[in-house]
Write a protein that binds this ligand. Structure first.
Ligand SMILES: [Zn+2]
Length: 332
């Protein structure tokens, strides 16, 4: 019996759907909470050509909601894409997984997308800026994509095609799940629900049924569900899907300091920071060839080989800026 027998018996999907999913190039942005669930399901379903992009390492605080990873990965500071590769090869050896261990920015997103030439893109990010970048690149290259977000107990899913409405059109109506998980944290069930709805939209699309054209909002604590027909939300003056104006893609300059999820900031340090990290104030508590954990006062830093640094325990932009300059001075 085929390993996919139980899913191909479902007629609306069937052998055709199986053929499509196994031959399509599927690109997943992010291998965190949503991304790892999405990749897990797609690999099991026989999505044989998967690409994943992520820049983080596995941390213990990820394990409550991020499938595919375990304590061993967190202990060894394994990069998420490396961990994904290992797990997926054990789940389904037919899957060819291409992994990019990079930060997605306006400077590299077009190169990555052109290189892979995906049939569909799935958002597994928790970063709104990158989502709007994905929105622009998908419209520019006419690639369908599925937006998904989970924060607190709430989640939103929406499959977006070239005609729109695109994410920019919906900006006014994006529920609070579209914001950051800074204040609200996130409950594991909403992550798997959102990831599953995203995969469901992918399955619909690849088996020729098209996206549902609904924006779905779910609450995994109040157990509420809403589906909104999105056609009325099309902005006829949308800069992206009406006027082909890709402002984010054209802005190649990245900020050196950026607020991330929670009390976390991303510092973009010069590349030599990794080699000179013993000059930083505080102590290096763990080090591998691609990441170092540093503790300084009440802060914790994860420093990556390319100079990126996650700074934890930072409560305001001013604090972040002061800290960044202290660190930079120490490696001059
Ligand atoms: Zn639009």
């Amino acid at each position: 019996m085929s390993r996919y027998d139980r899913q191909t018996r479902f007629h609306p999907f069937g052998e055709d759907g199986q053929h499509q999913i196994s031959t399509s190039q599927i690109l997943v942005f992010g291998a965190g909470a949503l991304g790892s669930h999405i990749i897990d399901q797609l690999a099991r379903m026989g999505a044989n050509h998967l690409t994943v992009i992520d820049m983080d390492i596995v941390e213990t605080s990820n394990l409550h909601r991020q499938t595919l990873y375990d304590e061993e990965d967190a202990y060894h500071l394994v990069s998420k894409v490396e961990a994904v590769k290992n797990k997926v090869s054990q789940i389904n050896s037919e899957v060819t997984l291409t992994a990019y261990d990079v930060e997605v920015t306006s400077s590299n997103i077009e190169d990555i997308v052109s290189e892979i030439n995906p049939d569909i893109i799935i958002d597994g990010m928790d970063n709104f800026k990158v989502r709007f970048l994905i929105n622009e690149v998908c419209h520019k290259y006419e690639i369908p994509w599925v937006y998904g977000a989970a924060v607190g107990s709430k989640g939103t899913v929406y499959g977006i095609d070239y005609q729109g409405p695109c994410l920019k059109c919906l900006m006014q109506t994006i529920p609070e799940t579209g914001e950051s998980c800074a204040i609200n944290g996130v409950l594991p069930p909403i992550v798997s629900i959102v990831a599953s709805y995203e995969v469901a939209e992918v399955i619909r699309y690849l088996s020729g049924k098209g996206f549902s054209k609904q924006m779905i909002t779910i609450d995994a604590f109040d157990l509420g569900y809403k589906a909104m027909n999105v056609d009325i939300l099309k902005n006829n003056e949308c800069p992206v899907c009406e006027n082909h104006q890709y402002d984010l893609l054209e802005t190649k300059q990245e900020n050196t300091i950026e607020q991330m999820c929670g009390h976390t900031y991303l510092f973009r340090m010069p590349k030599h920071a990794f080699d000179y990290s013993n000059h930083f104030p505080g102590n290096i508590v763990k080090a591998t060839s691609f990441a170092k954990l540093i503790k300084y006062e009440n802060y914790e830093f994860t420093l990556f080989k390319d100079g990126r640094m996650n700074a934890y325990g930072v409560h305001s932009d001013e604090e972040a800026s002061g800290l960044y300059h202290t660190l930079i001075k120490s490696i001059r």
